[in-house]
Design a protein around this ligand. Structure first.
Ligand code: CP3
Length: 352
């Protein structure tokens, strides 16, 4: 049974943390990005009791409950803290709302003056409930399950702050960065400092590792990728480890393509999350030789299920499971994913 303390008092291993130390596991540890969410009836039941996503993030009892739900149901090897990357703009005083079915809405930052007017530091009292959630989850989590905290990478958070909503190619933030590089650099600096503070507090509250989600890394050309993705995340990693020596960190620069080689070399994270668009050969030869990897099932094939799902799972195991590897999706699980498909996938990964 999962979750029993060792009677001899031996330290219980967390397979996911072993991989972050560079040690391959016989059966790869598995979790799913956005594993707490609308595809679960138990999540939807909790969700109807609160007004918005941010209310759920800031209600520790409920946030802890939805964090634990997918671990209870599927026995995943990691729980990921229920919060959102946009709590940081919220704690910087921006108005953040989630409109049902339409994604996030923020008041956009339309000119350099708006960035000058931002505070230098986040309001930590606003974020205190998130750290309380960590304490509640810790008490309930089986000892072999890793607990992950997270933040959005500065570039990705900035794209939402500039545009005020999700966009297909982040044109507003790219334009802003070309037109006003100094103001944009200041925004990124504010987000680096906020992210360091936020991740350090999560680690101090008890998460075992953290993931930095750079969902929109892929839209940048190489020079901008180095400036707005690699450099800021590198600084976050260094600063977090200054405060918490040995802090374990996963980077997820979605859509990085061939630029991932540079990311893997320059950003000393403990693992790199791969999206579903990278080839197995590239992932194994160019990335996994440098760092442990996590990924990278197409969320759509998990939704489709059947023989296509089996084939896709097998191809990933064949490509990556000979080295240090964490099985995951290549991006978040889709709300209309059937639960039986998740079960089918897990069965296949675990019999590997
Ligand atoms: O289970 C988990 O992974 C933990 C919780 C988590 C949420 N958001 C809760 C959430 C995590 C890790 C995130 C990260 C996040 N949030 C990212 C990076 C990863 C990614 O998926 O790209 C981004 C870009 C956001 C911003 C965000 N939050 C968007 C674009 C949306 C709307 C899209 C949607 O699915 O509706 C959210 C809302 C949100 N955050 C939901 C959840 C479970 C869904 C809203 C709901 O319950 O109604």
């Amino acid at each position: 049974m999962r979750g029993e303390e060792s009677l001899t008092g031996d330290a219980v291993h967390k397979p996911l943390l072993e991989v972050l130390e560079g040690r391959r596991q016989a059966a790869p540890p598995v979790w799913l990005m956005r594993q707490a969410g609308r595809y679960l009836p138990e999540y939807r039941a909790v969700r109807t009791t609160v007004g918005g996503v941010l209310d759920l993030c800031f209600t520790p009892k409920l946030a802890a409950e939805v964090t634990l739900q997918p671990v209870r149901r599927f026995g995943f090897d990691a729980a990921i803290l229920f919060s959102d990357i946009l709590v940081i703009p919220h704690a910087l005083g921006r108005n953040v709302r989630f409109e049902s079915g339409e994604g996030p809405r923020l008041d956009p930052l339309s000119d350099p003056q708006a960035i000058d007017d931002l505070p230098d530091r986040v309001e930590q009292t606003v974020l205190a409930p998130v750290y309380d959630t960590i304490g509640l989850v810790k008490r309930e989590l089986p000892p072999d399950v890793a607990f992950l905290g997270f933040c959005g990478a500065p570039w990705t958070v900035a794209t939402y702050m500039i545009a005020g909503c999700g966009t297909p190619d982040q044109a507003p933030a790219r334009l802003f960065a070309y037109r006003h590089p100094e103001a944009f650099a200041r925004l990124i600096e504010i987000l680096v400092d906020a992210s360091v503070d936020y991740l350090v507090r999560q680690l101090e509250a008890g998460v075992d590792a953290v993931q930095i989600f750079d969902t929109w890394a892929g839209v940048l050309p190489p020079d901008e990728f180095r400036r707005w993705c690699i450099a800021p995340v590198r600084r976050i990693v260094a600063e977090v480890r200054k405060a918490v020596p040995g802090a374990k960190i996963i980077g997820f620069p979605r859509g990085g393509g061939t630029k991932l080689v540079r990311y893997a070399e320059d950003v000393p994270v403990d693992a790199i999350g791969l999206d579903w668009m990278v080839s197995m050969h590239f992932a194994r030869e160019r990335i996994q030789r440098v760092r442990p990897v996590q990924g990278n099932l197409d969320p759509l094939v998990l939704r489709a299920g059947g023989a296509a799902l089996d084939r896709a799972v097998d191809a990933i195991l064949e490509g990556l499971a000979d080295g240090p590897f964490i099985f995951n999706l290549g991006h978040g699980i889709l709300p209309d994913t059937p639960i039986e498909h998740v079960e089918r996938m897990l069965e296949r990964v675990r019999r590997a």
